[in-house]
Design a protein around this ligand. Structure first.
Ligand SMILES: Cc1ncc(COP(=O)(O)O)c(C=O)c1O
Length: 424
């Protein structure tokens, strides 16, 4: 939240209008470097899970840092190719991919991670004697919320570990080489879970004769709320992974590569969302400050009950007033459109110095799964995105949405040209 001064934020809000996303290049590079430094095992690749934040400029920064890619749709793949990645640097994991998706991936040489035995059959139907990785559900999961937990007996993700022998039989029948074993148990998994899943994945993988790599997925947590969240001890994590892989390669008699796929860790802290207070009001139970953004620009609080740091910059330059408790509400016609909630969705007022109409809201840590999950509900325009480059210079990397954008796929409508699109 500190990569731009308050004075500059007020200036940027005036120049580009609110709501506004602002991303910071230095933070992205720093997080990439944290990861590179933590892993000493040479034969590894860090694959940025680009679903976290998929803007071209961000992909180019990540590429410049030497990271590879984890993608989950054809469009993500194509956006990465556009940013200069080679198909051989892209790893594809998607539930329910169709034959046309797999045909394209095979044609251009993207490595596929099958999340079901049926997907292996799909590969077999497209190309004989091909290769793939398989995603294993190790029987347990972990994440910052139940909705981000992607392992365990109730999860749709991956091939359940007790069906790996079936996967081997099918692979043999189809002549498919299983060259990698992948596991991703959730977004926001702690060190204990990471290490246990690492051990399980290594154990599952050691009976695969063609094994070339292990992929331990993403899920490195980020501290959103300093009072409740624990940071990942990255050096301890990297040292444990490196030591295990050294030992594993020794036991296997060849060097097995290690992949990891962090998304949140790379992007989350690089972004802020600016909004503007449009109304301050109260009910018998709560004081509300309503801002001109909402769950359409950061769905995480409404979807997961996620915490984001929030503060306000007084627009009139006054010094901070007496603290009061406020619920921060978005501008959408939706009762769940609230930014200050508990993990179970109940309202969670926070203390702020007195908030007034026109004040600027600064919401932090929105770099991951906010911009990439945005939508145009209520026909609201999408915010512009700025990048603060490594020299501290702000530039527009994505223009503000317009009514024409909102209606861009409707065949029968000619948009009204005279409207000023930023007035929402
Ligand atoms: C297969 C896979 N890998 C990696 C990630 C990235 O997770 P995170 O952003 O928590 O690092 C995800 C996120 O959902 C995922 O589904």
């Amino acid at each position: 939240m500190t990569f731009v001064s308050d004075a500059k934020l007020v200036e940027l809000a005036a120049e580009y209008h609110t709501p506004l996303y602002i991303f910071d290049e230095k933070t992205i590079r720093q997080r990439c470097n944290d990861l590179k430094q933590a892993i000493s095992y040479k034969n590894h690749h860090i694959r940025y899970a680009c679903k976290a934040l998929t803007l071209q400029r961000v992909l180019k920064i990540v590429r410049d840092e030497g990271l590879w890619i984890d993608a989950s749709s054809i469009n993500e793949v194509d956006r990465c190719l556009l940013a200069g990645f080679d198909p051989s640097q892209i790893f594809y994991t998607g539930e329910g991919a169709t034959k046309s998706v797999y045909s394209y991936l095979i044609e251009i040489g993207v490595l596929i991670n099958c999340t079901s035995i049926d997907q292996m059959r799909l590969i077999g139907s497209i190309k004989k004697n091909h290769y793939c990785s398989i995603r294993v559900n190790p029987g347990e999961g972990h994440g910052h919320s139940n909705k981000t937990n992607t392992g365990g007996p109730s999860s749709k993700h991956g091939i359940y570990y007790d069906q790996l022998e079936d996967a081997k039989v099918i692979a043999k029948e189809l002549g498919i080489k299983i060259i990698g074993v992948h596991s991703h148990i959730g977004s926001g998994a702690d060190l204990g879970h990471w290490l246990r899943i690492k051990d399980k994945t290594l154990e599952y993988a050691n009976s695969f004769a063609d094994l070339e790599f292990i992929n331990l997925g993403g899920g490195i947590p980020v501290v959103y709320n300093p009072e409740t969240d624990k940071p990942m001890p990255l050096n301890e994590w990297g040292a444990a992974l490196s030591a295990s892989m050294e030992q594993y390669s020794k036991e296997m008699g060849r060097s097995i590569a290690l992949y990891i796929e962090p998304g949140r860790y790379v992007a989350a802290e690089s972004g802020i969302l600016l909004g503007e207070v449009g109304a301050v009001k109260s009910t018998p139970e709560y004081n509300y400050a309503i801002v001109n953004t909402g769950m359409n620009h950061n769905p995480r609080p409404a979807m997961y009950g996620s915490y984001h740091p929030i503060r306000f910059i007084p627009r009139d330059g006054r010094s901070p007033g007496k603290e009061k408790e406020y619920v921060i509400g978005g501008y959408l016609c939706e009762s769940g459109d609230v930014f200050t909630v508990e993990s179970d969705g109940t309202l969670a007022p926070r203390k702020f110095p007195e908030i007034k109409v026109g004040d600027i809201m600064v919401m932090g840590h929105i770099g991951a799964y906010s911009h990439s999950m945005k939508n145009e509900y209520n026909s609201m325009n999408l915010p512009a995105s700025l990048l603060i480059d490594k020299n501290g210079v702000a530039s527009l990397i994505e223009r503000r949405g317009t009514l024409i954008d909102v209606m861009r796929r409707e065949i029968e409508v000619i948009p009204h040209k005279s409207r000023k699109h930023y007035k929402d």
